[in-house]
Design a protein around this ligand. Structure first.
Ligand SMILES: Cc1cc2nc3c(=O)[nH]c(=O)nc-3n(C[C@H](O)[C@H](O)[C@H](O)COP(=O)(O)OP(=O)(O)OC[C@H]3O[C@@H](n4cnc5c(N)ncnc54)[C@H](O)[C@@H]3O)c2cc1C
Length: 534
């Protein structure tokens, strides 16, 4: 059911879900027949990372594999701060959620005996990635769920609207403010609700180079933080080492499987630079390869993925998606090395949630990439993100289904941000460039301090609500990265290159704490600011 938008200001809603990716769609379906309103910034199927997932979902469903082994792998890559119980809970629920997805019509690949076919990915000790027609998992999952959602009369769909603020009273959510997407003159609208689920995805688009869609610009995280929610681990951002640099934004991805097939990483002199960096060379962990690629580019030697020998004429058949991206840019990857760079890919941090998906604000749940459950620590294990999205979406639906949620007494009259919805292109470009330069693959105290000061000023002064929300999330990431004076997982500080055992804990912070860091960096010695973030 698609809503007449003019109804919005007159309705109060039981449950409002923001986001049309795996987490949002799955949660809405699980809540049926309870009426829910689902809001998506882009038309369903667009503007969601889910649709672009090429690998699949990690699930210990094969003979000989176990949830315990899956959880142990998750803990091993997470830089010492994964919540082991959370990881085990995820791994244990994977099989049931895959069954659910099959029931909603996702055609996961099967072997000759009809069992789920499982593939292997880096850092998994067993074959456990369920997939669809090779690299089509994301498209197939989102396609099946959209079909199911459109056939479910209890789900009211509002497509092409951006959530921009949460209203609260006494620490409890009372309403969501939204505005028509890509319409500079649009007036904000309010939906009153005491149960809001944020499932708005990641933050990759805050960076100049990213694999994420434009809608992944950290708005969900910002509106939760502005309403006072606790934010966990914002400094941990995973960079994919091989985004294809052919002038496209977002950058197309050259999947890790290419390196698995023997493609090498070279600089403009033809040298395989990863040989000196790690014993596994191109097959080293993702963060190490990303740093290797970053270092070559920073040294002015460029970085390229060379599949000429390993694949040559077989490239088009084995990797049709990557092949098409290269050809569209006039590059034949069978004959030429592919220019690459590390790109912001996945956010381990997000709105802090408990095992039911509840945030620190009453009436606010968060699921999928916008949340931080503790499952990923400082580094995500490949294919655990779709798993986390589907497991927590189901838990949130269960939690909400078990509650009597009193309808809001009235639609609140006041808007939180009566400013314009336009996003000034030059300011957006500058924010993204600062994130890539100062809060990127390799960070240092001076650059982070500059970034914190500039995001704090923007967050305070921006006349555009969209820009202000982007600056809010950017500030949280930069302030926590500044405060974490060590290198851990995906967070690499050139000035603190080692792990510090005393800091082996998750970050729990708030927007006020990030603003305090900025204030201290602006007015006094950086040392004083350290105490302001936990
Ligand atoms: C290229 C690529 C490949 C990947 N491959 C894999 C893989 O193989 N396996 C794996 O596990 N993970 C993979 N990931 C990560 C994974 O896809 C995501 O973490 C996951 O899909 C997130 O799901 P989600 O529902 O939280 O968010 P998304 O799927 O990103 O959906 C977010 C939704 O929220 C909407 N939205 C955002 N902000 C607002 C707002 N303010 N108001 C209204 N709506 C809003 C968006 O339009 C979208 O509908 C990949 C990611 C990328 C980018």
């Amino acid at each position: 059911m698609t809503s007449n938008i003019h109804d919005l200001t007159r309705t109060t809603d039981d449950v409002v879900i923001v986001g049309g990716g795996l987490a949002g769609l799955f949660c809405a379906l699980k809540l049926a027949p309870r009426p829910v309103t689902l809001i998506s910034a882009a038309p369903l199927g667009e503007g969601a990372s889910t649709a672009w997932a090429q690998g699949g979902i990690a699930a210990a469903v094969a003979e000989g594999d176990s949830a315990e082994a899956h959880a142990a792998d998750t803990v091993a890559v997470g830089g010492g701060i994964v919540d082991a119980e959370v990881a085990l809970g995820l791994a244990r629920e994977a099989g049931s959620r895959i069954e659910d997805l099959l029931r909603y019509g996702v055609p996961f690949d099967r072997d000759l005996e009809g069992r789920l076919a499982v593939g292997r990915e880096a850092a998994h000790s067993a074959r456990r990635i369920v997939h669809v027609r090779g690299d089509m998992a994301g498209k197939a999952i989102i396609g099946a769920l959209i079909d199911a959602v459109r056939k479910t009369p209890s789900i009211r769909l509002i497509e092409g609207y951006v959530a921009e603020a949460l209203l609260t009273e006494d620490g409890a959510v009372t309403a969501l403010q939204l505005r028509k997407a890509r319409d500079a003159g649009a007036r904000p609208l309010l939906i009153a609700s005491r149960a809001v689920v944020l499932a708005t995805g990641g933050i990759g688009h805050l960076y100049a180079v990213t694999t994420n869609p434009q809608e992944a610009s950290g708005l969900g995280l910002a509106i939760a933080a502005r309403a006072g929610a606790v934010i966990a681990d914002p400094e941990f951002v995973q960079f994919h080492p091989t985004a294809i640099m052919v002038g496209r934004d977002p950058a197309p991805l050259a999947t890790e499987a290419l390196r698995g097939e023997g493609a090498t990483l070279i600089n403009d002199r033809g040298e395989r630079f990863m040989l000196a960096a790690h014993p596994l060379a191109e097959l080293a962990p993702r963060d190490i390869v990303a740093r290797g690629v970053f270092a070559e580019i920073a040294a002015g030697r460029g970085a390229f993925l060379d599949a000429r020998q390993a694949l040559g004429a077989r490239f088009a058949e084995k990797f049709p998606t990557v092949h098409a991206s290269c050809l569209a840019a006039g590059l034949d990857p069978a004959l030429q090395p592919i220019p690459i760079a590390p790109a912001a890919h996945y956010h381990m941090g997000g709105i802090a949630v408990d095992r039911r998906g509840r945030s620190s604000l009453e009436g606010l749940w968060a699921g999928g990439e916008v949340s931080s459950t503790g499952a990923h620590g400082a580094n995500r294990l490949a294919s655990n993100s779709l798993l986390e999205a589907v497991v927590y979406a189901a838990r949130i639906a269960d939690d909400i289904a078990g509650q009597e949620i009193a309808p809001p007494a009235r639609v609140p009259a006041a808007l939180v941000v009566p400013r314009n919805g336009e996003l000034p292109a030059a300011s957006e470009r500058s924010l993204r460039a600062t994130m890539s330069a100062e809060v990127g693959v390799v960070r240092d105290g001076e650059g982070l301090a500059d970034a914190v000061r500039s995001f704090a000023a923007l967050e305070h002064d921006a006349g555009s609500v969209a820009l202000r929300n982007m600056a809010t999330t950017a500030l949280l990431v930069a302030a926590s990265a500044w405060s974490r004076r060590e290198s851990r997982g995906a967070h690499c500080r050139a000035d603190y290159p080692n792990e510090d055992a005393a800091r082996a804990r998750r970050t729990m912070t708030t927007l006020d704490a990030a603003r305090d860091v900025a204030a201290a960096l602006t007015t006094s010695a950086p040392r004083n600011a350290q105490a302001m973030i936990a």
